[in-house]
Design a protein around this ligand. Structure first.
Ligand code: HEC
Length: 128
């Protein structure tokens, strides 16, 4: 009986989390985003200034112009991209990197879940 009650409670919590998910990047949770970043981005991206891996450092990336990290060999597609990395631009890009601007260099399928994207972007906003 208690087990069943707990199960029902857990379901309602999960449901509340789903229905209150912001769906817009500005309201993400940076702590959750940090976990997602560690799992999905960190192999290729450092978050400290001046460290490039397979991808460029993402330190201070929010609102910066694309392809701005010195010493990183960006693709022509990224160099041609003139739209600054606003929250909205990052959201579009991370949903489908290679379908957005990406030329070929970021071999990453993207984050289909909008809450995951919001959280990762909220985390990127802390990298200053
Ligand atoms: C397999 C490696 C890889 C993974 C995984 C990856 N990236 Fe990238 N990323 C790259 C590469 C390579 C580039 C440079 C792309 C180019 O020049 O075309 C890049 C570029 C970027 C840029 C543009 C940077 C700039 O200076 O203009 C952003 C923002 C970005 N990635 C965010 C992310 C985030 C956030 C994640 C995780 C959700 C992620 N990437 C996962 C390899 C990766």
């Amino acid at each position: 009986m208690t087990g069943r009650l707990i199960f029902v409670l857990m379901l309602s919590v999960a449901n509340a989390m789903l229905t209150t998910s912001p769906g817009f990047a500005a309201d993400g949770d940076p702590a959750a985003g940090k976990d997602i970043f560690a799992r999905t981005c960190e192999n290729c991206h450092a978050v400290v200034i001046g460290v490039n891996k397979v991808g460029p450092s993402l330190w201070n990336v929010v609102d910066r112009k694309p392809a701005a990290v010195p010493d990183f060999a960006y693709s022509d597609a990224m160099k041609a991209n003139k739209q600054p990395w606003t929250v909205a631009a990052l959201d579009t890009y991370l949903a489908d990197p290679r379908g957005d601007v990406h030329g070929v260099k970021m071999f990453f399928k993207g984050l289909p879940n909008s809450t995951d994207r919001a959280n990762v972007i909220a985390y990127l906003q802390t990298l200053k």
